[in-house]
Design a protein around this ligand. Structure first.
Ligand code: FPP
Length: 296
């Protein structure tokens, strides 16, 4: 008998949720997944999961395939992760698809990745819609090929009325670039709203003198992730112990889970393992566990 703890939920419900259309593409729950699901506490899932999808090239290399075959295969892992998170009612999922540093890769690989993303958006749109997912893109769109800009705009628009999980794809994204963009946006907002008579302030900080101190809250509100909770869990595949310029501001208190699994091998069982590992962590945000331990 499965013993999941959650008000209004039981394991059977969850398994049914994971299986019934529109998530039928996920396939039946395996014995391993059932065992992992039994241990999962649905009342303590992360609100926001961020993923560094690494190891596509190594996965392909191990199979004597071109690197791009790893990227193609990685789209399956992305689909499984997206659908499973949506089914678990995770509020936000952010996937690192292309960094500002990735322009240093061979031109052919970059073109392949851009094309793969366009195909992915075209193919997966019905599934995103059926799962009530809102998609958005984090990064600097202006440097992307015009076709990619158009497709990402259209995908954002087409899912904007959905009310379920927010799926953010980091595309031409850099954590430092994001902070720079936030600072410039604050500066622009302060100077324009301070001087223009016809512009309504867009948030409480608008209208502040340019020299007024900047607060953490103000920076958060100007990041690409404004209105999203900070990630509680950062998953990185393929074993590297780096954050690679990903969500630098937002992961201040995230729990980090690094798995040796290469991204194309990442599946529902590996995701459930990451969630179980997260549930073992004690999140203290710089505080101490018991008030008395400070006196010892
Ligand atoms: C890192 O592996 C992966 C990428 C730079 C691209 C990630 C893209 C996908 C998984 C496919 C598209 C995703 C979506 C959401 C449609 P790597 O090439 O650095 O691998 P390596 O470290 O083994 O060389």
């Amino acid at each position: 008998m499965l013993t999941l703890r959650h008000k209004g939920y039981c394991a059977l419900n969850l398994v049914t949720q994971l299986l019934t259309p529109p998530a039928a593409s996920l396939g039946p729950v395996t014995a391993e997944e059932s065992r992992l699901l039994e241990k999962l506490d649905l009342t303590r899932l992360p609100r926001h999961i961020a993923v560094i999808m690494d190891g596509n090239g190594r996965w392909a290399q191990k199979r004597h395939l071109p690197r791009v075959a790893g990227h193609s295969s990685g789209t399956q892992s992305a689909r499984i992760t997206i659908e499973t998170c949506a089914r678990l009612h995770i509020e936000a999922l952010t996937l690192y698809a292309f960094s500002v540093e990735n322009w240093r890769r061979p031109k052919a690989e970059i073109e392949f990745l851009m094309q793969l993303l366009r195909e992915y958006l075209r193919k997966e749109m019905p599934l995103l819609q059926k799962n009530n997912i809102r998609i958005r893109f984090l990064g600097r769109p202006e440097d992307l090929p015009p076709g990619v800009q158009k497709d990402t705009r259209e995908a954002t628009e087409a899912t904007s009325n959905n009310t379920g999980m927010i799926l953010s794809i980091a595309l031409n994204y850099g954590g430092r670039a994001e902070i720079v963009d936030a600072m410039n946006s604050i500066l622009a907002e302060r100077t324009s709203s301070g001087r223009s008579l016809d512009r309504q302030p867009v948030d409480p900080s608008s209208g502040l003198e340019p020299s007024a101190p900047i607060t953490e809250d103000e920076i958060s509100r100007h990041l690409y992730t404004a209105n999203l909770p900070d990630p509680d869990l950062l998953i990185r595949t393929s074993g590297e112990m780096r954050v690679s310029n990903f969500l630098l501001w937002q992961i201040a208190y995230a729990e980090i889970f690094v798995t040796e699994t290469l991204w194309p091998d990442f599946n529902r069982a590996r995701l459930l393992e990451a969630l179980l590992d997260y549930q073992k962590r004690e999140r203290r945000y710089g505080a101490i566990t018991t008030p008395t331990s400070a006196a010892r």
